[in-house]
Ligand binder design. Structure first.
Ligand SMILES: [Ca+2]
Length: 404
């Protein structure tokens, strides 16, 4: 497929021709679900396959983790890893798992719920604060995404102290799905929380409601208070925690290493996973505009893919990859990968690499397609290796290192 793409590139006679070819010749040969849907701009989907041919080994760092979901690195090189059923562990570079960190609040681990992402305070070295997101159990079978923080007290039996729940997505709904979520600190020290629409009709409809936190990215201060410069502060009927609206389910987010903007990938239905740059106060369209079709078949809402006042994705996938964690690669260990965006694939059971030029996707590559495991999170380690979590009852921490 690569040689075909090169041949076509060399012989292409115009942008329209190239766009047409790119439409047909991405890395995924299957036809789109959204028949007749056309990208808003050339290259918005099915970017040309671009195999860099980087040789790497896959090393198992740790195993025996139950559905690990999120990870982050401590300054000493150990990792914090969440397990979806509700346990947080410290993982040493030699693969040793700590006892579960004591003191975390109860989670609702049904369905897609549980203990989700984990992040360090930007001032962790001095305050030892860590933050985690989770599905919080509520009344009468309802639940919601929540964020807590606490001070990590290390030792033979690690624990968190001074635990505070700093954020609750409202309103709670009865659902086992679409909790998001990723925690990303902006450069100014505020915290982005990416969320979902709860995968039930009332939640889906609230993704456009300004008084609901369903289907939103929120931006909060470290203590959960509202930053003064949030976009809807002072707007009647709007929740001031909102940063952006119209999102379906975001389990993948990272700051762009140069611009500091929040990039995110959200789950679509059948066709319609999207890469967005989540900007202040903007509407990302769900459920009014979307690529792809409903799971059961048939058009989504009014069957439109674009509308004034709603943002187009930078890129979309139809068929989907089922995106999980992501990271921009910036280290020197793999020079050819510098500047690439890596996204974990759940249903696609692959590691997706996107070449990024400015704000467009220049090429796509699928790695680890023979691993046959769902990839739940992706992070760059302090050693420059690319770390992954595999989503299994016997889940692993893997790292990719250059082949010896
Ligand atoms: Ca969208």
């Amino acid at each position: 497929m690569r040689s075909l793409a090169i041949a076509l590139t060399l012989s292409f006679a115009g942008v329209a021709t190239f766009a047409q070819v790119a439409q047909q010749q991405g890395v995924d040969p299957r036809p789109p679900n959204g028949q007749g849907q056309t990208p808003a701009v050339p290259g918005q989907t099915r970017a040309p396959e671009h195999r860099l041919g980087v040789a790497f080994d896959v090393v198992t760092v740790a195993s025996g983790l139950v559905n690990p979901w999120g990870m982050t690195f401590l300054p000493d090189g150990r990792m914090l890893v969440t397990e979806k059923p509700g346990r947080l562990r410290i993982v040493s570079p030699d693969g040793t798992l700590s006892e579960p960190v004591a003191g975390l609040p109860e989670v609702d681990a049904r369905g897609q719920g549980g203990l989700l992402d984990v992040a360090l305070d930007p001032d962790y070295a001095s305050n030892r604060l860590i933050y985690w997101s989770y599905a919080e159990p509520g009344e009468d079978g309802t639940n919601n995404t929540a964020v807590a923080r606490g001070r990590l007290a290390d030792g033979a039996t690690p624990r968190v102290e001074d635990v505070e729940v700093i954020y609750h997505q409202t309103p709670p709904l009865a659902s086992r799905a679409h909790f998001g979520s990723r925690l990303v600190f902006a450069r100014d020290g505020t915290l982005f929380v990416t969320q979902g629409d709860r995968s039930v009709t009332p939640g889906r409809m609230q993704a456009q409601d300004m008084d609901s936190l369903i289907g939103k990215i929120v931006r909060i201060n470290k203590d959960g208070s509202v930053p003064d410069d949030n976009p809807f502060v002072g707007q009647a009927g709007a929740d001031p925690k909102i940063w952006s609206i119209g999102h379906r389910n975001i389990q993948s987010a990272a700051l762009h290493p140069e611009t500091g903007e929040l990039w995110e990938v959200e789950h679509g239905t059948r066709g319609g996973d999207e890469l967005n740059i989540a900007r202040k106060g903007l509407d990302y369209g769900w459920p009014t505009i979307a690529y792809g079709i409903e799971y059961r078949g048939g058009q989504i809402t009014g069957g439109i893919q674009a509308q004034d006042g709603m943002e187009q994705p930078v890129y979309y996938w139809d068929p989907v990859i089922a995106p999980s964690g992501m990271t921009f690669y910036t280290a020197d260990l793999f020079p050819a990968w510098k500047g690439s965006l890596f996204i974990g694939g759940l249903a696609s059971e692959a590691l997706v690499r996107l070449g990024i030029e400015g704000e467009r996707v220049s090429g796509e590559e699928r790695l680890l397609t023979d691993l046959d495991e769902r990839i739940r999170d992706v992070a760059q380690g302090p050693d420059g290796a690319l770390y992954l979590l595999t989503d299994n009852e016997d889940g692993r921490v893997l790292k990719l290192v250059p082949s010896r």
